[in-house]
Design a protein around this ligand. Sequence first.
Ligand code: SF4
Length: 184
Amino acid sequence: MTTLEQVRERAESDAKTYGYYLTPDKEILRDLLEGLRKNEERYGYPSCPCRLASGKIEYDRDIICPCDYRDPDIEEYGFCYCALYVRKDVHEGKKDIEPIPERRPQEKQMRAYTESPETQTKKTQKTTRESEKPSAPKMKLYYCRQCGYVCFREEPPYICPICKAKKEMFAELKATTEIRENPT
Ligand code: SF4
């Protein structure tokens, strides 16, 4: 079982790697780390403590902390959606933390809502019609044209985790099968 201290160390190390800081508010920090710890225990991965997870990794991949939206949010606002990770000026109190718009696409939020174990248990008496079932994500192979990083996801990440190139630098990798005739 992952301990709160392990979650803290992981977040601190990640913040250091990318030149960020953890929120200076000790109470909020503890709550967010505890939320990550609980989600990891519940789902097997640390999904965002501020968002509803579906409990299915194929749907939640983009909100596993640090989520796909952290870097663009920090760049634009100075902190991530939960404000766990913050920029230096925010950490030094030169900029306030305020609510920011959700960058996660709405269809992904809706899918998490329909698939979430919490909402599923509320539907005990109801049967779900075929047409109401969320469609399975269409996974594709993408590669970063700058560094060659390859990932298998619904869509490319906002920022390449290796070289920090933007989403636009990713291209779809199409697999081809070539059948050669046996020369003998
Ligand atoms: S919003 Fe912040 S805390 Fe939530 S997953 Fe993204 S980086 Fe982690």
